[in-house]
Design a protein around this ligand. Structure first.
Ligand SMILES: O=P(O)(O)OC[C@H]1O[C@H](OP(=O)(O)OP(=O)(O)O)[C@H](O)[C@@H]1O
Ligand SMILES: O=c1cc[nH]c(=O)[nH]1
Length: 227
């Protein structure tokens, strides 16, 4: 996902308003981006609520329990860029709700992408594997947006070089459809029906200065996938 500011500069102008009235900049987060045809899908509070809900679901589905010695060792692995921040936030919520803090890591998938030769060069990101590795762990891959599924496919290949988890699950903040591979997420914050030409931007304060999710019309080339 390109930075919202980069996209905003490509689409500078007014924001569609449901009422047709103008909104003072700042009262409308989409307008604050200064972009055309931007619709806010999740507010900052929605993002917090959604992360909390996914955390509860992970606790339930992985049987994460401080008193259960048979519970699997859960490792949250974020896919950069924003998946890494989301994984850390999920770990915080899981610890708050269950008393168990899952290990957290980050996985650079750049060299595992299947479009390395056709897309512009991207700098490598950091891979960090928590103490204990991923061997026999229940790994939950975490990303902000699920679209074609090619990023997740790359992540599965990258994981294979780190060890053999007991199982791998996938948590995403937004599933916007348009899969090009037979993949699905185990934990979905919000399913958003989209046109292929639209773009979903997840904003996280650690990286973008504020939390939110916005949908932008007509800013993605037909048939293009992000990774
Ligand atoms: O399912 P896919 O079609 O692969 O699309 C989803 C990916 O696209 C975005 O990453 P992007 O490549 O824009 O990089 P970023 O994470 O650095 O923003 C997003 O963060 C997902 O990782
Ligand atoms: O809409 C999209 C598609 C892929 N990746 C994103 O971040 N947004």
């Amino acid at each position: 996902m390109r930075l919202p500011e980069e996209r905003a500069s490509e689409h500078a102008g007014s924001v569609d308003s449901p009422t047709g009235e103008s909104d003072p900049a700042g009262s409308d987060p989409a307008k604050a981006l200064g972009a055309q045809n931007v619709r806010e899908l999740l507010s900052s509070a929605d993002v917090a609520r959604t992360i909390a809900r996914i955390a509860h679901q992970i606790i339930e589905k992985t049987a994460l329990d401080a008193d259960d010695v048979t519970a699997p060792r859960v490792v949250l692995i974020g896919i950069p860029t924003r998946g890494t921040f989301l994984a850390a936030r999920l770990a915080d919520r899981i610890q708050e709700f269950s008393g168990v803090r899952p290990a957290v890591g980050s996985l650079d998938i750049t060299l595992y992408r299947d479009d390395l030769r056709t897309k512009p060069h991207r700098p490598l990101e950091r891979t960090s594997v928590p103490d204990g590795g991923i061997e026999d762990a229940l790994v939950v891959l975490v990303d902000d947006v699920l679209f074609s599924g090619r990023t997740v496919r790359s992540a599965l290949d990258a994981l294979r070089d780190l060890g053999r988890p007991r199982a791998v699950q996938l948590a995403v903040l937004v599933d916007r459809g348009h899969r090009e591979l037979p993949l699905r997420a185990d934990f979905v914050g919000k399913n958003v029906p989209t046109a292929r030409s639209e773009d979903v931007s997840v904003l996280l304060s650690e990286h973008d200065g504020r939390d939110g999710v916005v949908l932008r019309s007509g800013s993605r080339d037909e048939g293009m996938s992000a990774k």
